[in-house]
Design a protein around this ligand. Sequence first.
Ligand code: FAD
Length: 410
Amino acid sequence: MSAPLDVLVLGGGPAGAAAALAAARRGARTVLVEKAELPRYKTCGGGLVGAARDQLLSAGIDLPAVTRGTAEAVTVTWGGRLPVTRHAPGPLVPLVLRAELDEALVGAAARAGADVRTGVAVRSVDLDGTVVLRSGETLRARTVVGADGSASRAAAVVGVRCDQVDLGLEAEFAVDDARAATWAGRLALDWGPVPGSYGWVFPKGDLLSVGVIGPRAAGDAVRAYYRAYREQVGLGSAVPVTDSGHLTRVRSLSSPLARGRVLVAGDAAGLLEPWTREGISYALRSGRLAGEWAAQGRPDGYVVAVTSQLEPEIAAGRRLMAAFTRHPGLLQAAFGGVPGAFGLFGRVLDGRATMAGQLDRPAVRALRQLRNLVATSRAIRAVCDGGDVAGMSGHDAARCTPADAAAPHR
Ligand SMILES: Cc1cc2nc3c(=O)[nH]c(=O)nc-3n(C[C@H](O)[C@H](O)[C@H](O)COP(=O)(O)OP(=O)(O)OC[C@H]3O[C@@H](n4cnc5c(N)ncnc54)[C@H](O)[C@@H]3O)c2cc1C
């Protein structure tokens, strides 16, 4: 039997590529297995926030080479109405095609020394570091990094739990010069009719990415919103180049990140910003941490690093998501009328500010204390009146299982 690998990475998305790159850079004998042949399509808006750009630069990716479009202006609507357009002083968000970005990242991992095997699917994962491939071949590693996406096999073994599951639907349309010029440099966001949902148009040169995301539990309503939104942006009857759906999952706060010799990163771990469902930066950051700690055979170090570096941002996103779900109109009003709101949005997007930092500002803390005071007095009143306050908390918990993700998207 051959000696075990130092690090075996499952999945060649941003999390897996970042993990393999980091492990190989540290001299670990690293293999990455990816079930698809690259380049492969991935359902994704391809919008890169500042934290993602920073990771890509340190990974040595030539960002301009994979950027298909940038946005300096944002048009926001609420249910397709009340359009407000705001302009930033410079580019806000680079927009990429995931097929191109992911291929570049996996290429960087291979150049760093990782052995990349594409067209190789994982069948089963064991906590002792044994991985059986669909071909029947068995690989063994001191540490396995599960970066196999939101339907992860590794996550099922580690026992990842998620308390927010969303359905994302996205189509890419080839557009003529006139329509491409209308959208050049401007993206659109729409606060949708399903609580917690929103839609987007991302311009990528001669392609437009149009999509919506919302709670999987309201799947039919999210699909109806998708159809309506495509109509609203004038693409109702256009035939898309690609049209697909994918689930996203946000981890429960107490959910494990590692067990035995297996640790999970990116979507497999449910590491996703709950409000925007931005996941590329989380995949890149958690993937890099996973590779660094896996190279040392220290899953415990990985857990501490993710908990301290990424969990606070996810917690802030949860709070914003709760507010957005209840009051989407507030967001529209803020964009339209509150001085500084768009500037703050831009700073959070490009990484100069964080949502957690904003929610920790003294004025916001004072507002929260006031709200807690009101909620507490309501709860006391309910108890005194003999009412039931049990419904004040509680999550719609879900395990992230492959079978769950195999459910039809449409
Ligand atoms: C509609 C939609 C729009 C989105 N838009 C954005 C956006 O604009 N910006 C943003 O930051 N995030 C966005 N996201 C989230 C983002 O796409 C994910 O968070 C990100 O792709 C996570 O990267 P990952 O590497 O963890 O997983 P993935 O990118 O899913 O990669 C997992 C890889 O594992 C491989 N794999 C799976 N199973 C196996 C197996 N059994 N054996 C071997 N390989 C396997 C897959 O083929 C895949 O290549 C969006 C998501 C959706 C659904």
